[in-house]
Design a protein around this ligand. Structure first.
Ligand SMILES: [Zn+2]
Length: 66
């Protein structure tokens, strides 16, 4: 399921497109999903992500910042 999707699609809002930037989010209910930046920010602000997300900028955890 992961790693082979050429066309990104946000698992939350369904937005898709070749130029869509997707982010891996460890959703508390849905697990690891690819979401668009808007949804990622939304999840982040609502604290719906599990700490320890990988894939992304590497290094710091986007959820807790450590
Ligand atoms: Zn979205």
């Amino acid at each position: 399921m992961f790693g082979r999707e050429r066309m990104g699609e946000c698992k939350l809002c369904g937005k898709k497109g070749r130029n869509l930037s997707l982010f891996m989010a460890n959703h508390k209910d849905l697990g690891s999903i690819m979401v668009c930046q808007e949804c990622w920010v939304k999840l982040y602000e609502e604290n719906r992500m599990v700490c320890g997300t990988s894939g992304g900028s590497g290094g710091t955890c986007p959820t807790c910042g450590s």
